[in-house]
Design a protein around this ligand. Structure first.
Ligand code: DSN
Length: 414
């Protein structure tokens, strides 16, 4: 029986969410619209299977086709990113980082990552996360003036604190990451180098950001951000770490893999090898620059002065609004984003002085530089007219009209 009949409440909520996604300008830098091929694989009968273990070494029978699916996903991930080894089972980016750390170090050893409030991730050593509880943490920051990575300063800190693992790759850093500089730092202080490329994986796959594959010992990434795949993650590594990484994932951290998601990851890697994905990745960056230029020319200060990737970090101080309030106002105007701390923020993370904007989702819809200019104008108009309910509701209509020119799933219906 169709969902509509067996569970009309959930069916209706899914339908409403589809409509919301269609009608709103999504500027969340970590979101995207997966193609229907990925949705189809994710919603497949593969969800019925148990397959603890790895291809050819399972603890359950009946894995002939699951083995073939997982092997394809592994081979495609290796080819796409130029990796020696890939584990495609991690359920999430946080789990992937947990497993990568377990493979590389023991509890109590030192982990060096970017501080959360500066653009790092919770799992890069935040005290409220397992990473900050299980490991000794040596966090690095961006330079106070340039708001960019200062490799000499990071090197100095690494030589003093001698971390076992250095993490590079961020959730709110709008600039290029120079992985070769991190390799040199890791070699100098005797650390392993872990690149968490969750945000920029799609840009790397599409040739729009340098790749860490020659430099990092281990690479983790989610698959649902710029890479435009299903919600989940993978770990890649040099051959020497393969066994440790696999053991850390299963049985170390997880039981049965999500085979339907593994299939969708394989579909996503296949898509990302196509020439149109290269175009997409480059357009994401062009769109971010167009968005940044327009916001800047209309008077907003951008962290680090601009962007090299898919993301723009906006300091709202001059407008006299917090990130939290801006997020709410923009949602009322049909523009979805998230509040974000800016480097050396004086506000708490829950309030924050900035918003983080990204172009992966709007680029998937087919929007280009002129629509980014339009989006920047709508966003500023909303923030400047935040006290007028009428203004916000009329901007929302404009946002929905813009979105209606770029349908997300054609005639796909729930
Ligand atoms: N929550 C993700 C992001 O928005 O960047 C990171 O896990």
């Amino acid at each position: 029986m169709p969902l509509k009949e067996t569970d009309p409440e959930i069916h209706s909520l899914i339908g409403k969410e589809l409509q919301r996604q269609q009608d709103c300008i999504d500027l969340i830098a970590s979101e995207n619209y997966t193609p229907s091929s990925v949705l189809e694989a994710t919603g497949s009968v593969l969800t019925n299977k148990y397959s603890e273990g790895y291809p050819g070494k399972r603890y359950y029978g009946g894995n002939e086709f699951i083995d073939a699916v997982e092997t394809l996903a592994i081979e495609r991930a290796k080819k796409l990113f130029g990796a020696d080894h890939a584990n495609v089972q991690p359920h999430s980016g946080s789990t992937a980082n947990y497993c990568a750390y377990s493979a590389l170090m023991e509890p109590g050893e030192t982990l060096m990552g970017m501080e959360l409030s500066q653009g790092g991730h919770l799992t890069h050593g935040s005290p409220v996360n397992f990473s900050g509880k299980a490991y000794k943490v040596a966090s690095y920051s961006v330079d106070r003036n340039t708001e960019m990575l200062d490799y000499d300063q990071i090197r100095k800190q690494a030589m003093e604190q001698k971390p076992k693992v250095i993490v590079c790759g961020y959730t709110a850093y709008p600039r290029t990451v120079h992985f070769e500089r991190f390799r040199e730092i890791a070699d100098a202080c005797g650390a392993y180098l872990l690149a968490d490329i969750s945000h920029i994986a799609g840009l790397i796959a599409g040739g729009a950001h340098p790749s860490p594959s020659k430099y990092a010992d281990v690479i983790t990434t989610t698959t649902h951000k710029t890479l435009r795949g299903p919600r989940g993650a993978i770990i890649m590594c040099k051959a020497d770490f393969a066994q440790k990484v696999d053991k850390a994932v299963f049985p170390g951290a997880q039981g049965g893999p999500l085979d339907h998601v593994t299939a969708a990851k394989a579909v996503c890697f296949h898509n990302a090898m196509r020439p149109d994905f290269r175009e997409y990745a480059h357009q994401v960056v062009k769109n971010a620059k167009a968005l940044a230029d327009e916001l800047n020319s209309q008077g907003l200060r951008l962290v680090s002065g601009g962007t090299d990737n898919h993301m723009v970090l906006v300091d709202l101080t001059s407008l006299g609004i917090t990130g939290k309030d801006a997020q709410t106002v923009l949602e009322r105007a049909g523009i979805i984003c998230n509040r974000n701390t800016i480097p050396y923020d004086t506000q708490k993370p829950f309030v924050a002085s900035g918003i983080r904007l990204g172009t992966p989702a709007m680029t998937t819809r087919g929007m280009k530089e002129s629509e980014m200019k339009e989006t920047a104008s709508l966003l500023l108009k909303a923030l400047r007219n935040r006290d007028s309910a009428d203004a916000l509701s009329s901007i929302k209509k404009e946002a929905t009209a813009l979105c209606s020119r770029f349908p997300i799933y054609g005639d796909y219906r729930v």
